[in-house]
Design a protein around this ligand. Structure first.
Ligand code: ADP
Ligand code: MG
Length: 590
C-alpha cells in the first residue's frame, strides 16, 4: 500500500526516523517541496496536458492574425476566398477547443491522482502514530483528522490543478500573445504592460490576506466537523438526557463562528479577478491611442484588430495566474495541516534488528515496571512485578482507574514503560517486531475474522471459534448468519454477544496470550455464564490474563492480584476471602 518509496519519505523529512517533532510550528514548512514528489509521480498526464496546451496556444496564435486579416478584408475580397478563409478559421477554432479540453482533462487527472496518493500516504502515517496521539486528549481530535484527510485533501487537488494549469499553459499563451503584440506595435505593448505590475502587486497583497483568512476558515470548519464526529456517535446519550437543545445551541455557536470568516474569504476571492479586469481598461486606452495611430497612417486596421485580440488573450493567462495564486494561498494551509499529521517522532519504535517471534509458549514477565502518562502526571504503575507462566490463568483486580488497562497497553507496546522491562518467553518485547508481538497477544476487539480482511477468511475456522466461544447460537439467529453486518463497533449486538464474538476472534487468531479486560463486566448472569464457559475453554491451552469485576470470573484463575497504588499484591485464597467483603465495601471491584 505504500505509495512512495522510503527514499522519498526520507527526502520529505517526514518519516519516523527524522528528528521532527509533531506540532512544532516553528519548523520551517515548505508546502511545495512536500507535495512535489506526489506531483512528479504524475508526470505522464502532466506532460500530455501540457502538450495539449501547446497545441491550443499554437492554434490560437494562428487564429488571431487570421481573424484580424479576415475582419479587415470583409467587402474587399471575393466570396470564395472569404469562404475558404472562414473554413480555416473554423478548423483552427475547433482544434483549439479540443486541445483545451485535453489540457484540462489530463491536468485534472494528474491533480486528482496526486491528491489520492497524498490521502493514502497521510492515512498510512496516521495509523502508524502511537496510541498517545489518539487518546492523549492531544491537539488533534479524530474528527479533525477525518476532516483533514477528506476535505483538505480535496482542496489540495484544486491547488495542484491550478498550479499545473498555470505553470506551462498560461506561460505559453502569455508569451505567444505578448510577442505577437510586441511585433505589431512595441509602443502600444509598452502602454499595456504598464498596467500589469500594478495589478500584480495588488494581487500579491490580497493573496497574503487570503491565506490568513483561509487558514482561519479551515480551523472553524474542522472544529465543526470534529464536533459532529463527537456528538453523532453519542446520540443515544444525548437523547436519553434530553440534551438535544444544548447540542443545537453548541452547534449553532460553532457554525456561526466561521460565518464572517467565510464571507470575508468569498469577498476576497470575488475581488481578485476584478483587479485583473483593470487590464481591459488599458485595452480601452490603447484603442484610443491606436485609432489615432491608424488615422495617422503608420498602422493598418488589420494589425489593430490583431493587436486587440492578442491583448484579450494576454489577459486570460494573467487572470489564470491570479486564480492560481488564489488557489495556492488557500491550498497552503490545507497542505500544512494535512502533512502536519505525518510529522512526528514516535516514542514506541521498532529496532532495526527486531526479531519476529515465530512461536510463543506464553510466558510473560513484568519486571519493575513504572509508568506515567504525562511528564507531570502521577505514576500509574510504580515498580510493578508479575510473572505469568505459560498456560497459566491469572486474574487482576483493583479499583477503577488503578492502572489495569494501562498494564495491558504496556504488554502490547502501545506505550513503553518509564522503567523496567517486559519479557515474553524471556525475550524483551522492545526487541520484538511490533506486528509479531501483537499477533501473539490477543485482545478483545472487532469481529472474528478482522485481521484477515485482506486475505481469505477461513470459514471453517471461524465457525469452530464461534462454537468454542459460545457465539454460534446467537450468530445462527442473526438475519444473515455469519454474513450479517453488525454495524460500527458491533452496535447492533448486546454486551454479552460482543464479548463472545471477541473471544471467538481471539481464538481464530491463534494468539497464545489472551487478555480479557473486564470482559464480563455489565453482563447479565446468563450471558456471563456463557462467556465464562468460553473463557474456561480458552484456559485449557492459553496463557490468560483476566481483568475482572465479578468474583466468579476471578475464582477461575489460579492466582489473583490486586493492583492498587501502582503496585501489585497477590491475594491468597484466605486473603481473598477476608478481602472480599472489604474490597466490595470500599468500592473496589472484584
Ligand atoms: P483501569 O483499567 O484499572 O480502570 P486505567 O489503566 O484505564 O485504569 O487508568 C489508570 C490511570 O491512568 C487513570 O487515572 C486514568 O485516568 C489514567 N489514564 C488512562 N489513560 C490515559 C491517557 N491516555 N492519558 C492520560 N491518562 C490516562
Ligand atoms: Mg480498564
Amino acid at each position: 500500500l505504500s505509495l512512495i518509496t522510503p527514499q522519498q519519505k526520507q527526502r520529505l523529512q517526514i518519516g519516523p526516523r527524522t528528528q521532527r517533532q509533531q506540532g512544532n510550528t516553528s519548523d520551517p514548512f515548505d508546502p511545495l517541496s512536500v507535495i512535489k514528489p506526489f506531483i512528479f509521480s504524475q508526470y505522464k498526464p502532466i506532460l500530455l496536458g501540457w502538450l495539449c496546451s501547446l497545441f491550443s496556444v499554437l492554434s490560437l496564435s494562428q487564429l488571431v492574425p487570421k481573424f484580424g486579416q479576415l475582419s479587415s478584408s470583409i467587402g474587399k475580397i471575393d466570396g470564395i476566398t472569404l469562404r475558404n478563409d472562414g473554413l480555416v478559421l473554423a478548423g483552427l477554432f475547433l482544434a483549439k477547443l479540443i486541445a483545451t479540453y485535453g489540457q484540462h482533462a489530463f491536468l485534472w487527472e494528474a491533480a486528482l491522482n496526486a491528491s489520492y496518493k497524498i490521502r493514502v500516504f497521510v492515512f498510512e502515517r496516521v495509523l502508524e502514530r502511537e496510541l498517545a496521539f489518539f487518546e492523549g486528549g492531544g491537539a488533534v481530535s479524530s474528527g479533525d483528522v477525518a476532516y483533514r484527510i477528506t476535505a483538505e485533501a480535496a482542496d489540495v487537488a484544486d491547488t495542484v490543478y491550478a498550479l499545473l494549469n498555470t505553470i506551462v499553459p498560461s506561460a505559453l499563451q502569455l508569451s505567444a500573445m505578448a510577442s505577437r503584440m510586441l511585433v505589431i506595435s512595441p509602443v502600444l505593448s509598452l502602454i499595456s504592460a504598464m498596467v500589469i505590475p500594478c495589478t500584480a502587486l495588488a494581487i500579491a497583497y490580497l493573496g497574503t490576506r487570503l491565506r490568513k483568512v483561509s487558514k482561519k476558515a479551515k480551523l472553524s470548519i474542522s472544529a465543526l466537523s470534529a464536533y459532529l464526529n463527537e456528538v453523532l456517535p453519542a446520540i443515544l446519550f444525548v437523547k436519553a438526557n434530553n440534551a438535544e437543545f444544548c447540542e443545537v445551541a453548541r452547534f449553532e455557536r460553532l457554525a456561526n463562528a466561521d460565518l464572517s470568516t467565510l464571507l470575508t474569504k468569498r469577498k476576497m476571492k470575488a475581488f481578485i479577478p476584478q483587479i485583473v479586469q483593470i487590464i481591459y481598461f488599458g485595452a480601452l486606452s490603447i484603442l484610443c491611442v491606436g485609432s489615432m495611430v491608424v488615422s495617422s497612417g503608420c498602422f493598418d486596421g488589420c494589425s489593430m484588430v490583431s493587436f486587440i485580440t492578442s491583448l484579450i488573450f494576454v489577459v486570460e493567462p494573467i487572470q489564470d495566474v491570479g486564480k492560481a495564486y488564489n488557489e495556492w494561498k488557500q491550498g497552503e494551509p490545507a497542505i500544512e495541516r494535512l502533512f502536519d499529521l505525518t510529522r512526528f517522532k514516535s516514542k514506541v519504535t521498532e529496532k532495526p534488528d527486531a526479531v519476529d517471534l515465530d512461536h510463543v509458549s506464553g510466558d510473560v514477565k513484568f519486571c519493575d515496571i513504572s509508568f506515567r502518562y504525562g511528564e507531570n502526571s502521577p505514576l500509574v504503575l510504580n515498580g510493578l512485578n508479575l510473572h505469568i507462566k505459560a498456560g497459566e490463568t491469572v486474574a487482576l483486580v483493583g479499583p477503577s482507574g488503578g492502572g489495569k488497562t494501562t498494564l495491558i497497553k504496556m504488554l502490547l507496546r502501545l506505550y513503553d514503560p518509564l522503567n523496567g522491562c517486559i519479557l515474553v518467553d524471556n525475550q524483551n518485547i522492545q526487541n520484538v517486531q511490533l506486528e509479531s508481538l501483537r499477533r501473539h497477544v490477543g485482545t478483545i476487539a472487532e469481529n472474528i475474522g478482522y485481521r484477515d480482511i485482506m486475505n481469505k477468511i477461513d470459514m471453517e475456522k471461524v465457525e469452530l471459534a464461534a462454537q468454542t466461544a459460545n457465539a454460534d447460537e446467537f450468530i445462527g439467529k442473526l438475519p444473515k448468519g455469519y454474513q450479517t453486518n453488525i454495524g460500527p463497533r458491533g452496535s447492533s449486538l448486546s454486551g454479552g454477544q460482543k464479548q463472545r464474538l471477541a473471544i471467538a476472534r481471539a481464538l481464530y487468531q491463534d494468539s497464545s496470550i489472551l487478555i480479557l479486560d473486564e470482559a464480563t463486566s455489565a453482563l447479565d448472569s446468563r450471558s456471563e455464564l456463557l462467556v465464562r464457559q468460553a473463557v474456561q475453554r480458552l484456559m485449557e491451552n492459553h496463557t490468560v490474563l483476566v481483568i475482572a469485576h465479578r468474583l466468579e470470573t476471578v475464582l477461575m484463575a489460579k492466582r489473583v492480584f490486586l493492583l492498587d497504588d501502582g503496585k501489585l499484591q497477590e491475594l491468597t485464597p484466605s486473603l481473598l476471602g477476608s478481602h472480599n467483603s472489604s474490597l466490595t465495601s470500599t468500592g473496589l471491584v472484584i
